[in-house]
Ligand binder design. Structure first.
Ligand code: NI
Length: 224
């Protein structure tokens, strides 16, 4: 097993859709066990494969006090209810925001033996499953923010009457192509988080990133 680098927002790979896994082979098992180790090392609850730069539908889950596990091709097949929860993401360290998540989530997947796995979950597992399946579809939790003002730095109490969040300067390593892990380009990015509204998709945000040509990174890079 090995710890892999967790890609940070606004790495474009986080806006890409992951592909269905046709066969659980040694490559998938290696990826998945690395993801579990990476997740434990980062002290997170969930991790999706595009967060480690691989566009495959694999997620790792580690609930507090439970053994970690991984799943292949997870799908949410039913949701019930609505609740507001505070959420963060390993790809946007240091920030949390209030999002709407389901009270109960029924999901199916393949487990590490390739057997059918199905669960109806609540609380943190329901939230994690929705968050990770979103990742596999190129969606980050900021897409669900109830109000952009509510994204705040960890440890900073929300202020009464606060109306504006400062944009975030990020020093990131950009990987423009799958597999070019050896030569990441160092960029200073400005993520205009203050432009996020519930109607917004992250893909519409203006990144100060040297992304080549087009205006719609999601449209261009989405793997069909
Ligand atoms: Ni995440």
């Amino acid at each position: 097993m090995a710890i892999r680098e967790i890609r940070k927002f606004p790495d474009p790979i986080l806006l890409r859709k992951c592909r269905v896994v046709r066969r659980i082979d040694d490559d998938i098992r290696k990826l998945a066990t690395d993801m579990v180790e990476t997740l434990i090392d980062a002290d997170g609850v969930g991790l999706a494969a595009n967060q480690v730069g691989i566009l495959k539908r694999v997620i790792a889950i580690h609930l507090p006090e439970e053994d970690p596990y991984w799943l292949v091709n997870p799908q949410i097949i039913r949701t019930e209810g609505n609740r507001e929860v505070e959420e963060g993401c390993l790809s946007l360290p240091g920030y949390v925001g209030l999002v709407n998540r389901s009270v109960s989530v029924t999901a199916r997947a393949l487990d590490q033996n390739g057997s059918k796995w199905r669960i109806t979950a609540e609380e943190i597992l329901a939230q994690a499953l929705e968050h990770e399946v979103d990742h596999l579809n190129g969606i980050m939790f900021m897409d669900h923010l109830l109000e952009h003002e509510r994204l705040r730095e960890v440890g900073e109490e929300p202020e009464q009457g606060e109306t504006h969040l400062h944009d975030v300067n990020y020093n990131i390593q950009a990987h423009h192509h799958e597999g070019d892990d050896d030569n990441p380009e160092l960029l200073v990015a400005k993520a205009k988080l203050s432009e996020v509204t519930p109607q917004h998709s992250m893909s519409e945000l203006a990144y100060d990133l040297q992304e080549p040509k087009e205006q719609d990174p999601r449209g261009e890079t989405t793997a069909k």
